[in-house]
Ligand binder design. Sequence first.
Ligand SMILES: *Cc1c(COP(=O)(O)O)cnc(C)c1O
Length: 344
Amino acid sequence: MDEFVDLRSDTVTKPTPGMRKAMFEAEVGDDVFGEDPTINALQEKVARILGKEKAVFVPSGTMANQLSIKAHTQPGDEVVLEENSHAFYYEGGAGAVLSGVQFFCLSGKRGLLESSQVEESIRPLDVHFPVTRLICLENTHNRGGGTVYPIKTLSEIYKLAKARGLLVHMDGARLWNASAASVIKPEEYAQWTDSVSVCLSKGLGAPVGSLVAGSVPFIDRVHRFRKMFGGGMRQAGILAAAGIYALDHHLEKLKATHDQAKRLACFLSGLKGVSIDPAEVETNIVIFDVSKSPKKPVQIAGELRTRGVLILPMGKTSIRLVTHIDISDAGIEQAMEAFGQVFS
Ligand SMILES: *Cc1c(COP(=O)(O)O)cnc(C)c1O
């Protein structure tokens, strides 16, 4: 797919020569025995960045979220989240299967919840009701269009949670993007959570890996369940080295990918049949509506493909574009030209 301008996801990036060199040279050991120095270094580094006591490396963002849900809840507990959030929408019903929890879905504004909504969702103590235990928030919100949680909202929800004896987990697969856009440090976001998951394989461009961060007793539980779920890895320092390299070299590249998304959004807003407000594009995700176009998203995707541009239809009338560190400015030009032709 190298000849394509691939805007389907920020997961399509390939390890750079510098990253491959770091992986090649990584010192490794058996991580199930806690003896992989590179894994240990990555876990300490991410815990520090997020201002949490401890972090643990896991194979995927899905496992990071599901381990967090598992470690925070008992079967039958209720988890409050947004209806388009990854942990509910895209994780195959894992919360029900692996943790036996029930989801209470709220409808957010571009994926973001208000503390008043969360407050109304908390169940009274009564034998009829499940026990509300956990609130999951996604920052940035993928299906919401890469939206960034206002830090004030996060602090309000966290204070509400503490007042009511609830826990807060943040799905921060793209917390790095939130931070790059708002210039609010990851640890400032993380202070309003009990646990955070972050991905190394999205915007940061590592081939594999996520981490969960939180208190020592919480991470010890996550660690136990990681083994139970089959996520214990051996000489995985090769993967952790890619993550360390990504944090050291790629965090600073995210802002440019946001600028590319903004450019695309501004261009698209001038095309016939496209509805999008470029002001709403905050990070690297551009979701636009084509219900006023005579063409359906699948047809649009096909026509763009013949022009060397890959995109992802999202639902019956929307299209999602994601910019990332493997897209050059020339690639953005090529994509705009292709969009111009398809919507002419
Ligand atoms: C991609 C993503 C995940 C899951 O990550 P995988 O590594 O694909 O399992 C979780 N949350 C959000 C918001 C994501 O975008």
